[in-house]
Ligand binder design. Structure first.
Ligand SMILES: [Zn+2]
Length: 469
């Protein structure tokens, strides 16, 4: 039985989908004005584990993830600049080029972390019509008002249960509001659905609308795209805990107001990756200069991306995880140890070997208990150390567990099993002979053949060596 924590109910409940056997999953994607930092990536790893556990439990998952490429302002209070335009100014490129570049970088990071891609990627700028349609619907039902020269806003006072996700005291906020807010807002919690382009200046990204030329608010995009791709009701919506109070709260408000019924059954949020500060409070990782760590930086320092994935699996997704280089070293060592174990076991593995049910049951129980990955890793180590078990079956069990863990055991297998060291050497010799004879096309063909098996050749004056890709 799969049990998952639901932010809405504040409890770990038995998971039941809307349609038996199927799950609709929406995960908030990256705002592509910069690289993802490793704190962002922790969230995507948690969501990937969720998806894989759903699949392990026999569900067919339909996963949609958005790319925010317009409308996410530097402040949650509907003021400040559009992050895309900030990124464009920083890089000296157009907002469109920035979006394209960082989206590619994001997808590359996901691949390197063995994160399964969604069935549907959707970009906010490809769904302007749907967003305008949603705002129009809200306008028809009387939930909106316009602020001259600023934008169209959602009137949160019209919704009695506004803020229910985080049990927000909207009433109290309204009564004692001392928060800085956009002039003309009726309530401090009201939020922009459509922002007008600033008077006298042309934005790079702007569109006509019934209310004036401008761009959609960040929250509107997720609602519009989630409804378009998953329907008016859906099973699970995910994000980081920092999405709860504003982004997801506003998504709920506008979607349930527009359609007149509950929208999402399960809200699941991942905790922060934090950077402990000497003698001070741990800080959330953010894009401010001093604590902006990327996967590229980790790779440059010699860490394997999957060692970072392993590091993340060591903490429950609802607990903060402190990032230190020592802790990452420890995870990298454990990951290398796992690789050695896999390599030792591999020769004994036969195609018919079955996973050991006793160990799988322990693993599954941990995974289905609100994605308890620390316990799932313990189950993985327990089978690896089980001396009474037959090696081939231990290996088969690790492979089965890796369907959830995503630590790349199968890739480790392919790299080794696809071709023996002797065969690699023979091909290297053949290639050298071909080059000697001037048959360069054939030599190149051998290089490509090896590359396809994850073997990279390196030529030097002293001869050719090879390494794993
Ligand atoms: Zn979102």
């Amino acid at each position: 039985m799969l049990r998952l924590h639901n932010t809405m109910t504040r409890s770990v409940d038995e998971f039941r989908p809307l349609v038996p056997g199927q799950v609709g999953l929406y995960t908030c994607g990256l705002t592509v004005y910069n690289y993802a930092h490793i704190g962002n990536l922790r969230t995507y790893i948690f969501e990937d584990v969720l998806k894989r556990v759903l699949m392990l439990s026999g569900y067919k998952v339909r996963h949609v993830m958005n790319i925010t490429d317009v409308g996410h302002l530097t402040s949650d209070a509907d003021v400040g600049e559009d992050k895309m335009e900030v990124g464009a100014a920083r890089e000296g490129k157009s907002a469109w080029e920035i979006a394209e570049f960082f989206q590619r970088a994001f997808v590359r990071d996901l691949h390197r972390l063995n994160i399964l891609e969604p069935d549907t990627w959707c970009r906010a700028t490809d769904h302007i019509t749907e967003q305008i349609e949603l705002v129009r619907r809200l306008e028809e039902k009387g939930f909106t008002y316009a602020i001259k020269g600023d934008g169209v806003y959602f009137d949160t006072a019209r919704l009695p249960d506004y803020g229910k996700l985080v049990r927000l005291d909207a009433e109290g906020l309204r009564a004692g509001a001392r928060i800085e807010m956009v002039a003309g807002k009726r309530n401090p919690t009201d939020f922009a659905l459509w922002k007008f382009s600033p008077r006298g200046s042309k934005r790079q990204m702007e569109w006509p609308s019934p209310w004036g030329v401008g761009f959609p608010g960040w929250h509107v995009e997720c609602s519009a795209m989630a409804v378009k791709h998953l329907g008016e009701r859906m099973d699970i919506h995910c994000g980081g805990v920092d999405h709860q109070a504003v982004h997801h709260t506003n998504e709920i408000a506008q979607t349930e107001s527009a359609y007149g019924h509950p929208w999402v059954n399960w809200w699941i949020h991942g905790e922060w990756l934090v950077l402990p500060k000497e003698g001070g409070e741990a800080a959330k990782m953010s894009k401010s200069a001093e604590n902006f760590l990327t996967l590229d930086l980790l790779i440059k320092k010699g860490y394997e991306p999957l060692a970072f994935r392993y590091f993340c699996l060591n903490a429950h997704y609802r607990q903060q995880l402190a990032f230190t280089w020592q802790a990452l070293d420890a995870a990298a060592n454990a990951y290398s140890h796992q690789r050695r174990t896999v390599q030792d076991l591999r020769p004994g593995h036969r195609p018919g070997d079955k996973p050991i049910e006793q160990h799988m049951a322990v693993f599954r129980a941990a995974a289905e208990d609100d994605l308890n990955m620390p316990q799932a890793l313990a189950a993985m180590w327990a089978v690896a150390k089980d001396e009474r078990a037959q090696g081939g079956e231990v290996y088969a069990t690790l492979l089965e567990m890796d369907r959830v863990l995503g630590l790349g055991i199968e890739q480790m297998e392919e790299g080794e099993l696809a071709i023996s060291r002797a065969e690699i050497q023979k091909l290297i010799d053949d290639r050298a002979a071909a080059r000697q004879a001037g048959r360069f096309a054939h030599a190149d063909q051998i290089r490509q053949q090896l590359a396809a098996m994850g073997i990279i050749l390196e030529d030097s004056p002293s001869g050719t060596t090879w390494r794993r890709a």
